[in-house]
Structure formats: structure tokens, C-alpha cells
Design a protein around this ligand. Structure first.
Ligand SMILES: [Zn+2]
Length: 113
């Protein structure tokens, strides 16, 4: 399952950061997940439940921040929000675009003790 490996790498990142800053437990973790990243939030939540067991994140409150997908048209430079990258430009109907937001998949912040 894709989301489980993501959840496990999130735990890994959290444990590394905690070690570096001498944190014993994490009370809150904020994750930024882009809507174009292909991650299903519910599946990630479910996977996190499993992945945090017996780790520094076991009691951490999880906050998932969704980043809307945004692309820039390569033909007319118009920037617009999309649900998937195969959306034509509303100005010139071109399908050629660059993703400028929405592929995020990262730990935004953590609160430790
Ligand atoms: Zn365009």
C-alpha cells in the first residue's frame, strides 16, 4: 500500500528530527499533502494509525493540511487551480502545463516536549 510507506517515512522523519532536537515525545504533527500528490487522505490517516504505534508519534495529534493543485499554462502563462493535471487551460484550452503547487508531501511542523 502506497500510503503505508508514506506514513512510515513520515514517522522516520519525525524520529530523526526529534533525536536532533532532544525531544522525547511529539504532541502534534502537521503534514502538508498536495491534492495532486496522489495520496488519499483517508488512506493516509488509516496508515498513520498503524505506523505510529510504539513510536515517538504515538500520542501526537495529526493535522493534515491540503494544498490545492495549481498549474501554469505553458502557452499563455495563465495560472489556475486544478483537481488533476489533465485539465485544459480555461483561457487557451491548452493541455500543456507546469505544476506549481499540489505535489507537496511533507512534514510542515511538529510540536515536541
Ligand atoms: Zn493557456
Amino acid at each position: 500500500m502506497h500510503e503505508l510507506s508514506i506514513a512510515m517515512s513520515i514517522v522516520e522523519i519525525a524520529e530523526e528530527n526529534a533525536q536532533q532536537s532532544n525531544v522525547k515525545s511529539i504532541s502534534e504533527i502537521q503534514l502538508e499533502i498536495g491534492e495532486l500528490s496522489g495520496v488519499v487522505h483517508e488512506a493516509l490517516e488509516f496508515a498513520m494509525e498503524e505506523a505510529v504505534k510504539n513510536t515517538i508519534l504515538k500520542n501526537a495529534k495529526r493535522i493534515i493540511i491540503s494544498i490545492p493543485g495549481k498549474v501554469k499554462c505553458l502557452q499563455c502563462q495563465h495560472e489556475f487551480e486544478v483537481d488533476d493535471i489533465f485539465t485544459p487551460c480555461p483561457v487557451c484550452s491548452s493541455f500543456e502545463n507546469d505544476v506549481i503547487a499540489g505535489k507537496e508531501l511533507r512534514v510542515k511542523s511538529m510540536v515536541g516536549e
